[in-house]
Design a protein around this ligand. Structure first.
Ligand code: SDX
Length: 431
């Protein structure tokens, strides 16, 4: 394997170093390109550009491989849980029993928001989208914390406390965002509950009646959090890194990640999938009309939950979620016509040359919404669930930037295609 690349430009030959990762991925290091050649690279959508080296997650899109710190997602889904996996992603190895206890105790200690945050929730109109509330309230929460307001990037002795605060409070803020959007009273976290059951409690209990938390429901939701926990340099994680590179504090960087995740091409896809299935169902279409429309560029429709920038084979998370979907619905004795439509769409698409030629397969969002609907999560909360799950991955990436001594601010270049030199025209002379 070559450790350098030759580049012929304007009759000259330039040598660029290459880098090989621990999984034999290779890159041409173009850090010196502009200084040596005056050229920059251009890569629409960054499909061919690595923004960093990272030790957190590895994906092989052709083989459908996803590993957190080297552990296959299938093993973690079967044997681990969300909080243990969050620790693995952030600190690099599975926690020992004492480490897990310390982490869990920190999460419990920091699960309450400052009481005055309630007044901020009151400011949102009923019906506000919970993702808008979530992103703004993560930043609002930092206003109640001296350490976040005077963040000393890289010198945070108490960084672990801020990790626990953010993971714990994002869940409390999310639950409150839902309650606020429904005009319901806020339900406080219960000290005796573990992370995911506590979230269900805050979402669905009432002041006079505790929600009956079924173990299979808590387990299914915990699995969804775990499967969403990290995914290399996706749109929202790259956003977190971009903001972190300016040395903004942890809460501000992850609040930016929430905004990026909201888009329907990214984390908003799970909500878009359910809306797509519901539209197909209400129109009486068996899915075939929709598939035809999704192949027509002029229709403005896409088969939401299908396709992926990296996976050109199956998304291993979709396989796990589809299995969990069948299990949860049969255990809860629910038959959902939208699941039947989803399965028909998947079957049809996997045989259709348009999708096969473009290597479009179901991604993590295709079935996750059906489980969330079955366990009672409202559709406008689907992307919030994704954000709670992705928080450990965002934090792990923030930590990598903070701990990298040579970390530089992210500042991509561009190729300008606008007007060349122009001059000011006084108002009364403009046509
Ligand atoms: C997530 O990056 C991550 O890791 C993301 C994520 C994570 O964990 O962080 O995995 C989570 O965001 C999953 C993706 C959720 N989004 C959706 O399900 C929305 C629907 N999917 C598409 O919008 C699309 O597939 C993307 C955004 C996921 C990927 O887009 P790309 O890589 O830019 O691919 P593309 O748009 O260039 O598509 C290539 C071709 C095009 O057709 P041609 O121009 O070649 O004729 O495939 C077509 C596209 O039109 N295509 C689709 C399609 N997805 C791509 N056609 C119909 N339906 C689709 N879903």
């Amino acid at each position: 394997m070559s450790n350098e690349a030759k580049l012929e430009l304007d009759g000259k030959t330039f040598t660029l170093p290459t880098i090989t990762g621990s999984e034999q991925e290779r890159a041409v290091d173009v850090s010196s390109l502009r200084a040596n050649t005056g050229y920059i690279t251009l890569d629409d959508g960054y499909g061919n550009t690595g923004s960093c080296v990272s030790k957190v997650t590895f994906i092989d899109g052709d083989k459908g491989i996803l590993r957190y710190r080297g552990i296959p997602i299938e093993e973690l889904a079967e044997k681990s849980n969300f909080i243990e996996t969050a620790y693995l992603l952030i600190y690099g190895s599975l926690p020992t029993r004492p480490q897990l206890k310390t982490f869990s105790d920190l999460l419990a200690e920091h699960q309450f928001l400052h009481e005055d945050m309630k007044y901020h929730f009151q400011g949102f109109p009923t019906g506000s989208h919970p993702m808008a509330i979530l992103s703004s309230m993560i930043n609002a929460a930092s206003c109640f914390d001296e350490g976040l307001m005077h963040w000393q990037f890289g010198k945070m002795k108490q960084f672990d406390i801020y990790v626990a605060k953010l993971i714990s409070q994002v869940r409390t803020i999310a639950a409150y965002s839902y309650r606020k959007s429904q005009g319901l009273p806020l339900i406080y976290p219960k000290q005796s509950y573990k992370y995911t059951p506590n979230f269900l409690h805050m979402l669905f209990s009432m002041p006079y009646e505790e929600f009956d938390i079924k173990p299979e429901v808590a387990k299914a939701l915990d699995l969804i959090f775990l499967l969403h926990a990290d995914h290399e340099q996706n749109c929202s994680t790259s956003t977190v890194r971009m903001v972190a590179s300016s040395q903004a504090n942890l809460f501000a960087s992850c609040a930016a990640g929430v905004c990026a995740l909201w888009g329907p091409l990214h984390g908003g896809a799970n909500q878009a999938v359910l809306e797509m299935l519901a539209d197909i169902h209400s129109s009486g279409d068996d899915g075939s009309k929709f598939i035809t429309a999704a192949k027509d560029k002029n229709s403005g429709k896409k088969l939401m939950g299908f396709g992926h920038r990296v996976y050109k084979n199956h998304d291993p998370r979709a396989t796990i979620i589809k299995k969990s979907c069948d299990e949860v619905l049969s255990r809860l004795n629910i038959s959902d016509p939208l699941l039947d439509i989803a399965k028909k769409l998947e079957e049809a698409a996997l045989k259709d040359s348009y999708f096969v030629e473009r290597k479009l397969y179901p991604n993590v969002d295709f079935y996750s919404g059906i489980i969330m609907r079955a366990i009672g999560i409202p559709v406008e909360m689907f992307t919030v669930i994704f954000a709670i799950g992705r928080m450990p991955g965002w934090i792990a990436n923030y930590k990598e930037i903070m701990e990298e001594p040579k970390s530089r601010i992210y500042r991509p270049r561009q190729i300008y295609t606008g007007k060349t030199i122009n001059s000011y025209v006084p108002l009364d002379q403009r046509k």
